[in-house]
Design a protein around this ligand. Sequence first.
Ligand SMILES: *[C@@H]1O[C@H](CO)[C@@H](O)[C@H](O)[C@H]1NC(C)=O
Ligand SMILES: *[C@@H]1O[C@H](CO)[C@@H](O)[C@H](O)[C@H]1NC(C)=O
Ligand SMILES: *[C@@H]1O[C@H](CO)[C@@H](O)[C@H](O)[C@H]1NC(C)=O
Length: 615
Amino acid sequence: MLDYNELEGTVPSAISNCSSLVHLSAEGNGITGVIPAGIAALPKIQVINLSHNKLSGYLATSFFCNGSVYPPSLQIVQLGFNAFAEILHPQSSRCFSSLRVLDIQHNQIHGDFPFFLTDNSALSSLDLSGNLFSGTIPSSIGNLLRLEQLRIGNNSFEGNIPASLSSLSSLITLDLSGNNLSGKIPENLTVLPKLVNFNVSNNKLEGQIPVKLGYHFNDPSDFSGNQGLCGEPLNRKCERTGNGKNRLIMFIAVSASGGLLLASCCCFYIYALLRWRRKLKEKAAGEKKHSPARVSSRTSGSRGSGNNAGPKLVMFNNRITVAETIEATREFDEENVLSRTRHGVLFKACYSDGMLLSICRLPDRSLDENTFRKEAESLGRVKHRNLTVLRGYYAGPPDLRLLAYDYMPNGNLATLLQEASHQDGGHVLNWPMRHLVALGIARGLAFLHAASIIHGDVKPQNVLFDADFEAHLSDFGLDKLTVATPAEPSSSTSIGTIGYVAPEATLTGEATRQSDIYSFGIVLLELLTGKKSLMFSQDEDIVKWVKRQLQRGQISELLEPGLLELDPESSEWEEFLLGVKVGLLCTAPDPLDRPTMTDTVFMLEGCRVDQISLS
Ligand SMILES: *[C@@H]1O[C@H](CO)[C@@H](O)[C@H](O)[C@H]1NC(C)=O
Ligand SMILES: *[C@@H]1O[C@H](CO)[C@@H](O)[C@H](O)[C@H]1NC(C)=O
Ligand SMILES: *[C@@H]1O[C@H](CO)[C@@H](O)[C@H](O)[C@H]1NC(C)=O
């Protein structure tokens, strides 16, 4: 703590050697210059407070997000009242994944709303006020579900106030004052339950202030300075327009204590609702006669009664019938089989409109329908760019149990590695690509572990590639959807596949986070060396082999043909060796010695200083 002293000069770059620094605070001094990039590498830093100084230059990438390296622990950043001029958007929104508080008020930062922040669901307080930001407020701001304080006043934001702000149910403070915002105040904002401070003064807003909002926030200075606004609490009557009648009804509903009117309104409403439902039922019944396999579209949440229509595939987004699905897989034809997993058989489904899906057929009647639906609904909520995401499911006659996934056109890692080892044909898997694949798998698995899901069978066959060659970990979370007997005899069991199972899991028969990490380590070593873990005999395995090569100094032996062009002098070579070391750490014989997946992601991200994009 060095607050309110008379420190001057710049932040010493040696600070990046304080690897155990947790809280850096030097508020209210005369510190000048830029923040040294090395702070980005401090592994434990949680709080950085350098408000009220004279810092300048670029913010963000130069500071708390240095390339792909970022402190995973950083939670609070306070840099208000300095002279920063620009905020650089990071290459990865994950740079901010742990950030809870960002206060950069009263600088001279210009440019667009830092929209990358809207990916950060942990953010609870954002203060951008008193800068030179311009452009519109992105509607993706509605993603920040934990946001409690939003202060963006005194900038030059323009455009409408996004209605998506009404999703921010934790919001306590909303200050949009002193911008160039136009249009009406969304009626929607009335629903924010915790809102205590609200200020939209000094903008170009127009139209009527939503009645409830004006009732709740009755200080005129919250709304003043908007030429076109009218209604309470501004003492300005709104002019009659076409929907004056609606307002009259509203007025009566709100102010008249005549319960009679309200009651009769209610009666009418209920009546209308009943009629509407009846109509819907009739319609459904009519359609049922024509096509028994009607499809319904739905978004998410739990199913209602659901028994008043024919069998339907419950899709989270699309509309597909069971009949179409059976046709698209050519009645589950052998030729459409993509793979057989420990849980079921994966089919390629080509629909007549050109859509492709992967349909996983689980053993028929494997689980009663209701339990199946419940489990599938919860699995559908597990979403990450490095996982195969469940898009829909079906449980019903003729005793089918289906799961629908995105189709992954580029096969799996096992095939890819095999192709790459035949030098002339197939894809050449260069180092940047291998690194990205490793990172993708690691991120997917870290996400599963964070969601308390054990994968239980990490192996190259379960790493699938989408059209952009982004890796997606597949075949997880299905234990609860199937009964003990597997669909097809296979070498994999509930603890994984031979060659990838951790030694302790073989003994205990139980898959754990640590055994997942072991399997990941094997996959990583395979990915780096191109050696198949199954190629080894009883007393040797890939881990021992890699260690021996390292000890003998025969490192070039580790290289797989696709990587032969790596120059032992280059930085890529060092990165490769770092990757190998991460693989060895993950496969430590003692489960307690293995790093967590979060640590692993962090180490792998550090493996490459400059992220090279695939395309
Ligand atoms: C609002 O926009 C006008 C031009 O449309 C500009 O002159 C004015 O400076 C802007 N005000 C603010 C606060 O950005
Ligand atoms: C209210 O906000 C939601 C998003 O939160 C939006 O989908 C809906 O259309 C809005 N309703 C109105 C009347 O603007
Ligand atoms: C709303 O903001 C304006 C301008 O920033 C300020 O003058 C006014 O006092 C604020 N209203 C309240 C109730 O804080």
